[in-house]
Design a protein around this ligand. Structure first.
Ligand code: DGL
Length: 275
């Protein structure tokens, strides 16, 4: 069984991609609504919450854990990986998006948007620097010698999406405001570094224009797991395949069901648990 967790429902955008690609696997999803939003917690608090979530999923029998939350992947992935030492395998969503952006960028101007926690962690910058030598192969005559990353925190987007204001004028105005510095910097690739942003992808694409490649961390992470399984058949073989899906939430099952339907596109029932 694969365990996926997030601060609430946002991680369902990652689960949605997994279900499209691997519907036969068994999944357990945990939404830590009692402690949301993760985007404004300190690193210390996030480390603690992430360990709690992983413990819960491991005790329920998950053999592969996906941290669907960008903020938690940015701040706490290494911390839990050091604790569990590969048993089970714990993966985040940052590196696949970074790899993808380095392969896609035409001249090395990459942007990333995320929560305050994700942007303040500087994790995307660190990962870009780590992979750039291997993956950056610019194709345009404007190419920079090395990649420049433009980072923008967008703290208002998560509540707007959760309030269902995806197509509202206010959301469009706020998006334009957040994206202006990235547009002015002529980025050619933009990473959607938050679970909630795939729901705004159409509007973001409209604002950024067709010359800017948009990379969703949810899609990139799911795509990357294919090659991960090729290189780690032992992990793949541990995953049971009965198409079973179980949902847990640490608070408000009604809200979980309501928003879950919007994020996943199907009706879900989350059992309330204490972790
Ligand atoms: N899941 C978070 C992320 O991807 C957004 C919601 C939150 O702040 O809890 O960064």
């Amino acid at each position: 069984m694969i365990g996926i967790f997030d601060s609430g429902f946002g991680g369902l955008t990652v689960m949605k991609e997994y279900l499209k690609k691997y519907p036969e696997f068994d999944y357990m999803y945990l939404g830590d609504q009692a402690n949301m939003p993760y985007g404004s917690h300190s690193k210390e608090r996030l480390n603690k919450l992430v360990v709690q979530n992983v413990d819960f999923l491991v005790n329920k029998g998950c053999k592969l854990i996906i941290i669907a939350c960008n903020t938690a992947s940015a701040d706490a992935l290494r911390h839990v990986q050091n604790i569990y030492k590969g048993n089970p395998t714990i993966l985040g969503v940052l590196v696949p998006a970074v790899e993808n952006s380095l392969k896609e960028t035409r001249f090395g101007n990459i942007g990333v948007i995320g929560t305050r926690g994700t942007i303040n962690s500087n994790a995307y910058k660190r990962e870009i620097e780590k992979y750039e030598n291997d993956l950056y192969k610019p194709t345009d005559k404007r190419a920079r010698e090395s990649v420049k990353l433009y980072q923008q925190a967008c703290p208002l987007l998560v509540p707007l999406v959760e309030e269902g204001l995806i197509k509202a004028t206010v959301t469009r105005m706020i998006l334009k405001n957040y994206l202006r510095p990235l547009k002015n910097a002529h980025i050619d690739t933009l990473i959607l570094g938050c679970t909630h942003y795939p729901l705004l992808q159409k509007e973001i694409t409209r604002i950024m224009g067709k010359n800017c490649k948009i990379i969703s961390s949810a899609q990139a992470a799911t795509y990357a797991i294919g090659s991960y399984f090729e290189n780690h058949p032992d992990v793949l073989n541990l995953i049971t395949r009965n198409g079973k899906r179980t949902y847990y939430t640490t608070d408000c099952p009604e809200r979980f069901a309501d928003l879950g339907k919007r994020f996943l596109g199907e009706v879900i029932v989350g059992e309330k648990v204490e972790i």
